[in-house]
Design a protein around this ligand. Structure first.
Ligand SMILES: CC(C)(COP(=O)(O)OP(=O)(O)OC[C@H]1O[C@@H](n2cnc3c(N)ncnc32)[C@H](O)[C@@H]1OP(=O)(O)O)[C@@H](O)C(=O)NCCC(=O)NCCS
Length: 187
């Protein structure tokens, strides 16, 4: 789906985000504004996971990273400082930046997250995919690793933040494991 379809279902997406991440209630309005702004970024694309009755159970989205975008500029500078500009350029110079991936807790562990990421990355023209995730042994960390993502920064604290994140990147196309079909969840 494109930006208009995502914007039209933003409230349902925020409900999934809230159930999956359990954020403080006072952060939801800000998160919603950030997600709405992301729809204006170049080559924005999203994937919805729905039940047969159209109930939304998961979503993922990303866009083409560009200078002038907050996450892109902060991470590019940090990788450059840590590993040098050529490394930062290699990972972020032509990247699909995956901003959100969430599955409602009642539907996790059924292959939906993996299928959404394959669907999101399929056919993208970028050289790499990059994202940030909590630097903890989570399902997300495991999932990204099996799709080919490697750690670019660990224990990373965003400016003004306090939580520790891992910044990870993968060459595109993503790894499809033996016996798996991309973009096809387990029934
Ligand atoms: C991360 C998330 C999107 C994955 O979606 P999902 O549909 O549950 O994932 P999948 O069913 O495709 O499973 C992906 C892998 O994670 C593993 N996994 C699922 N739940 C797990 C858990 N609680 N602990 C450890 N691994 C887990 C699965 O076993 C699978 O690995 P495998 O194929 O090697 O067995 C989902 O768990 C989620 O929404 N989490 C909360 C929000 C979040 O952290 N989002 C990511 C922010 S960066």
């Amino acid at each position: 789906m494109g930006p208009d379809e995502f914007a039209a279902r933003l409230d349902a997406a925020i409900d999934i985000y809230t159930a999956a991440m359990n954020p403080p209630a006072d952060q939801l309005a800000g998160r919603k504004a950030i997600m709405r702004n992301h729809t204006t970024y170049p080559d924005f694309a999203c994937v919805f996971a729905e039940r047969a009755d159209d109930l939304l159970v998961g979503f993922a989205y990303g866009f083409h990273g560009m200078s002038g975008q907050w996450w892109h500029d902060v991470i590019r500078r940090s990788i450059g400082e840590r590993a040098g500009d050529p490394v930062a350029q290699g990972w972020l110079g032509d990247a699909l930046e995956i901003a959100e991936v969430h599955v409602h807790p009642g539907y996790q562990g059924k292959g939906t997250g993996r299928a959404m990421l394959h669907a999101l990355a399929e056919g993208r023209r970028e050289r790499t995919a990059v994202l940030s995730t909590h630097d903890q042994p989570t399902a997300a960390r495991h999932l990204y690793h099996t799709l080919g993502f490697v750690d670019l920064l660990t224990e990373y604290v965003f400016p003004g933040g306090y939580e520790r994140y891992a910044i990870v990147g993968a060459p595109l196309p993503l790894v499809v494991r033996a016996g798996e079909t991309a973009a096809r969840p387990t029934p």
